[in-house]
Design a protein around this ligand. Structure first.
Ligand code: MN
Length: 268
């Protein structure tokens, strides 16, 4: 049986929230499809256990670029777990002032991730690209093909020119509510092709001023997106649902709107 999802969160740090187990139960109750990204490969076994009975929450194996400076030795572990996880994230590059000194090692790790994803195939990546949009896109073009790797640019904040090239290459964009309020965010939202738009919470990092993160927060983001793009909320929800379905199909999961059997069969 197929149960319709009410919201879509393609980038959520479930394991950094105060009570991950309760949050996952809430996602299932509210029917919010959630990609639980991780920041270190060491967190993978626990995230996999937490989500194995969930119908709506899927884990992603990641190594956050902000942690690569200290944790680059975990890249072997990351590549090992990538074999069992069609979803990979959070990975990417961060060129902002605080992390710029580790960019060479970040690039090395990101290249390894991309080469592995391309070799394994059917991998969906949730990618961080703060102050490194151009570098991320160049690495994707160099190491991956759209037939084998599906990139989702999370909280993209580079220029619309880079966004357009990224869309041309095959990138998706996961949009959070903070982007609705920034000029570059709004420009990206307006210019992105409809078939490449997804929503995300980036919980718990958008909390400021709004109390705690709720699985339903992403539903409000659909409303904001619809307004900015001049379409009805229903149309926007339908577009995103269709896009999410395409992303999950790429990962070998037939329907994200889901029954748990189809999801976990595909996960192996
Ligand atoms: Mn994040």
């Amino acid at each position: 049986m197929r149960v319709a999802a009410r919201g879509f969160d393609l980038h959520c740090h479930v394991d950094l929230l105060p009570d991950p187990v309760a949050y996952i139960a809430e996602c299932d109750r509210k029917r919010i499809v959630t990609l639980a990204v991780t920041t270190t490969p060491r967190a993978w076994p626990q995230n996999r256990r937490w989500t194995e009975r969930s119908s709506f929450v899927v884990p992603a194996i990641g190594l956050h670029p902000e942690l690569v400076g200290q944790r680059h030795s975990e890249v072997g572990l990351l590549e090992q777990f990538m074999a069992e996880s069609p979803f990979v994230g959070e990975v990417g590059l961060d060129g902002s002032l605080s992390y710029r000194d580790t960019l060479p090692i970040q690039k090395d790790v990101f290249s390894h991730v991309l080469v592995s994803a391309e070799r394994i195939g059917a991998r969906v990546l949730s990618i961080h690209s703060r102050r490194a949009g151009r570098e991320v896109l160049s690495a994707l073009i160099r190491h991956t093909t759209p037939a084998r790797v599906l990139p989702i640019l999370h909280w993209f904040s580079d220029s619309t020119a880079v966004a357009a090239e990224a869309a041309e290459f095959g990138c998706y964009f996961s949009i959070n509510r903070r982007m609705l309020d920034s000029s570059i965010g709004r420009a990206v939202i307006r210019s992105a092709p409809a078939h490449r738009i997804l929503t995300e919470s980036d919980a718990p990092f958008l909390r400021a001023g709004r109390g705690s993160s709720e699985p339903g927060d992403v539903i409000g983001t659909i409303v904001g997106l619809a307004e900015l793009r001049g379409v009805s909320v229903e149309e926007m929800r339908g577009t995103i649902a269709f896009n999410v379905e395409r992303v999950f199909a790429f990962a070998g999961i037939s329907s994200p709107c889901f029954n748990s059997a189809s999801l976990h069969d595909a996960n192996g």
